[in-house]
Design a protein around this ligand. Structure first.
Ligand code: GLY
Length: 405
């Protein structure tokens, strides 16, 4: 009798634990179910507002304090993420309704192919058209992506060997390059493979090499902005624009670096890029200020930790990069997958946006720009995009596990 009681109690404890901590595959299905219902809600809100808002505002970015969705035009670097999320919903569900929605929101971006106002053409186009091309093979998408890559190349100065990230602050910054710029190289690698024109590849590699040389500190953390002299080509100023301080480690910047150098390794097989990605991951996960749930504060050196806002977007970008890195660093794969899984579990459990609210975003608690007190502790579309991407990568990895070493 006593033995049976112990057995029953054990089963009850086991069941209670299972409820609290979903199995790995349940994290993916729970998160996608939630994302689907939120994004449907967002689509309804956007459709209802159509006609009454500026027709140029075509894609959601965040939610305002009054609960209204902040829509952006093609001039905003985030305009490609929502179409990208719709493609990821289609990839996960194979539901043609999601494909229709993805096509509709992707098509709205068509003029972006001629945009030359900043470096973020890669974000705008690779997340939207890039995913659309991968999932449908639509030839029209290819043409738009190729023209977009040509537009991005207009910002590449061969004498500098770098893409110019921004055009503002011209009185202080001769030729500014930000760590985020690493994310825009994927479009150039694609354009080289598609066209056979190695100029795209050479530009991407030159930019990555100079970033490797000039953007990093000895501990593998990176500066946000490095400014180059247009005559000598030397880096004369290293500073921040969105981080806490010039010498601090802005959390999303570290995430862009880890993800960007992982992509560069994938495309070139240059071990220096892999070493840098590994170094950045080591900086992040050995950082004494990284909380145990692995969702970082907005800056690793923010002055009032633990009373600082967290940045969910930085966490979801890193999770996605970690799943890819598992393929290239088999000796680290078990640890990297554990970290990525923990991030996704934390996000799914404790950082969701309000169900049926928050403008239909999936996650909350991201930080856009704490320095200017803009978008602090709010949903941001890119946090959701990389969350869905990471979930898909997790699912693919668990369906096709790496060989045990
Ligand atoms: N690329 C702009 C940002 O991360 O805020």
């Amino acid at each position: 009798m006593k033995i049976i009681n112990v057995f029953v109690v054990s089963i009850l404890i086991f069941s209670a634990c299972s409820v609290q901590k979903p199995a790995q595959d349940e994290v993916v299905s729970q998160a996608f179910d939630f994302a689907g219902s939120q994004i449907r809600y967002a689509l309804t809100g956007i459709e209802e507002a159509e006609g009454s808002t500026d027709p140029k505002k075509i894609s959601p970015r965040s939610v305002r304090a009054d609960g209204s969705i902040e829509m952006v035009s093609i001039g905003d670097w985030t305009c490609g993420f929502f179409p990208g999320e719709l493609w990821y919903m289609y990839e996960y569900t194979s539901d043609p309704e999601w494909k229709l929605a993805a096509e509709k929101f992707t098509d709205k971006l068509e003029p972006v192919q001629y945009y030359k106002g900043d470096h973020d053409i890669g974000f705008r186009v690779y997340c939207s058209y890039g995913n659309g091309l991968r999932l449908t093979g639509n030839e029209k998408y290819k043409e738009i992506m190729m023209q977009s890559a040509r537009s991005l190349m207009t910002r590449y100065n061969p004498q500098m060997g770098l893409i110019r990230s921004w055009d503002f602050n011209k009185d202080k910054w001769q030729y500014p390059v930000i760590i985020d710029n690493m994310m825009n190289l994927e479009l150039l690698f694609w354009a080289c493979k598609e066209s056979g024109d190695s100029a795209f590849y050479q530009a991407a590699v030159s930019h990555a090499d100079k970033t490797l040389t000039n953007h990093f500190r000895a501990d593998n953390s990176s500066y946000h902005v490095v400014v180059y002299d247009t005559i000598t080509g030397s880096a004369y100023l290293k500073c921040t624009h969105q981080g806490y301080a010039d010498e601090s480690a802005w959390a999303r910047g570290q995430a862009w670096g880890a993800y960007g150098f992982t992509v560069c390794y994938r495309e070139t097989q240059n071990p220096a890029y892999l070493k840098k990605a590994e170094g950045i991951i080591s900086f992040i996960f050995n950082n004494p200020h990284l909380p145990t749930d692995l969702i970082p504060y907005w800056d690793y050196n923010a002055p009032n930790i633990p009373d600082e806002p967290k940045d969910v977007s930085a966490a979801s970008i890193v999770a996605s990069a970690l799943y890819e890195l598992c393929q290239y660093l088999p000796d680290r794969a078990e640890q990297y997958k554990k970290w990525a899984d923990t991030i996704l579990e934390s996000l799914n459990k404790n950082y969701r946006a309000t169900a049926g609210g928050d403008g239909g975003f999936v996650l909350s608690h991201s930080v856009g720009d704490k320095r200017t007190d803009s978008e602090v502790d709010v949903p941001l579309v890119y946090a959701d995009y990389y969350f869905l991407e990471a979930l898909l990568r997790k699912q693919q990895m668990e369906e096709n596990p790496l060989p045990k070493r």
